[in-house]
Design a protein around this ligand. Structure first.
Ligand code: HEM
Length: 449
């Protein structure tokens, strides 16, 4: 095969910055425009670095699965490393394999079946603070709720004042990632106000996380949570245990990977439901039939089929992880195109999951499209909100269960409505979140029909 061809380059490349200004202005629109006009593999130039945008499911499968040995997680920008260290998201090779093996039991199906009750109980605690008719930032609510759930289930820590600070610090730290110029081009040592806030937030997070580790170590008991498992684990070859720094990196990674994504999925779902009363009505019918007014449990999940489809469809249109990256470890190829070593491949769930070649009426919210096993009829990587291959999301089953249980518990009690004339904008940062939150009015479900 001829592999010396270079993928097409969008025309509006500027000196020094390349395509960065266009990308920064509207990341999703820019990528979509590139793929639609130039095809399934496109070269992008950000500063000195070349990136390949890869948008065909077969090529994506090659990168994530079939030839995954030729690709590593892209060497993250230094600020990502400062926050996540060598936790599961960013680590590689044998170290990653070992950490994944150690963390895996906390996510086994039988294990997460126990988590359902805590998820529903925390949701009720949140709902008890809601006032009928009030306007709330639902994104903020979902962030707090999913963080409380993850810290309770994985680290056996209650959401005290200290843990509330975690939410604020995480938000402050993540704020830097919305600013692509700052993260990619401003040198780490240059103290911009955003960077100063970032480092301050990371320092506070470190204090809290090391404190949690200290308390777990001091208690000396196995509380059955993920942190206890990690604390007890011993290396098979030399018997060494994880250092506090390694533990800190895993905890920080799970704080971040384990709450914002699910919070975004729920937030976008509530937005879509407010725009589609017919879907809300079908959900209400399913809940009435299956639950008849009681709380959902893990055992109900197989019957909550339509609810699950709503979540799948919402994540198709608004994938919480909307862009993933891999870096070629050696010279290789994508289809007919040559890929020099170190080039970063960008893969966007947002692009592929809205591609009209795979989804009829791709921008429409139609949960029923998932009937009759659409998932099995699609090419494997036309729909992949949780990534794929060995690095597939470890929290996939946890997140799906959480999304269905929380949506059902909230939806059975409250109907959430968008405010008129308030445009909603996406903030495609590390995750895909609504810009400046999502304000909605909450009304008891029973009072609406
Ligand atoms: C709707 C919710 C979620 C979505 C859409 C999502 C999406 C993803 C995606 C796309 C990846 C792969 C990234 C890549 O290949 O570069 C990933 C990895 C990961 N996710 Fe999730 N995630 C969700 C929820 C969760 C939850 C609840 C947890 C933990 C409690 C979690 C923990 C992780 C971790 C640790 C990784 C790294 C896995 C590894 O590389 O071994 N995620 N997630």
């Amino acid at each position: 095969m001829d592999t010396v061809l270079l993928p097409p380059i969008p025309p509006n490349k500027r000196p020094i910055l390349g395509h960065l200004l266009e990308y920064n202005r509207d990341p999703m629109g820019f990528l979509q425009g590139c793929a639609q006009t130039l095809g399934d593999v496109v070269t992008l130039q950000f500063g000195k670095r070349s990136f390949y945008l890869v948008s065909h499911p077969n090529d994506i499968e090659e990168v994530l699965v079939t030839r995954s040995r030729e690709f590593i997680k892209s060497r993250a920008v230094s600020s990502h490393r400062v926050l996540l260290g060598s936790g599961l998201l960013l680590s590689e090779g044998e170290f990653w394999q070992r950490q994944r093996r150690l963390a895996q039991p906390a996510f086994h199906r039988e294990r997460i079946m126990d988590y359902g009750r805590t998820m529903v109980a925390h949701t009720h605690q949140m709902l008890a603070t809601w006032q009928d008719g009030e306007i709330r930032d639902i994104h903020q609510d979902m962030m707090e709720l999913t963080l409380a759930i993850v810290v309770k289930l994985l680290f056996d820590v209650e959401m005290s004042g200290q843990m509330k600070a975690v939410g604020k610090c995480l938000a402050a730290a993540m704020d830097l990632f919305s600013d692509r110029i700052n993260t990619m081009f401003v040198p780490t040592w240059l103290p911009t106000p955003k960077k100063r806030r970032f480092y301050k937030a990371v320092a506070r997070l470190d204090e809290i996380v090391y404190d949690i580790i200290q308390q777990h170590r001091a208690s000396g008991t196995d509380r059955g949570d993920l942190l206890s498992m990690l604390l007890q684990s011993k290396d098979e070859t030399d018997g060494s245990q994880m250092t506090d720094r390694q533990l800190r990196d895993e905890i920080m990674t799970l704080f971040i990977a384990g709450h914002e994504t699910t919070a975004n999925a729920l937030t976008w779902t509530f937005m879509l439901l407010s725009q589609h009363p017919e879907v809300t009505q079908k959900l209400a019918t399913e809940w009435q039939t299956v639950l008849n007014g009681r709380d959902p449990t893990v055992q109900d999940l197989p019957q909550l089929r339509y609810t699950e489809r709503v979540v799948w469809e919402s994540m198709r249109l608004y994938p919480p992880a909307w862009l993933i990256a891999r870096q070629a470890v050696r010279d290789t190829h994508i289809g007919k195109y040559f890929l020099p070593a170190n080039t970063v491949v960008l893969i966007s769930q947002w692009l592929v999951q809205r591609d009209a070649r795979f989804f009829d009426n791709p921008d429409a919210f139609q949960p029923d499209r998932w009937e009759n096993d659409l998932a099995k009829r699609l090419p494997a990587y036309a729909y992949f909100p949780f990534g794929g291959g060995a690095r597939v999301c470890i929290g996939k089953a946890f997140a799906l269960m959480e999304a269905v249980l929380l949506l059902t518990t909230i939806g059975q009690n409250y109907r959430l409505s968008l405010l008129p004339n308030r445009p909603i904008r996406c903030d495609p940062s590390l995750t895909l979140r609504p810009k400046a939150g999502l304000r909605m009015q909450v009304q008891p479900s029973g009072e609406i029909d």
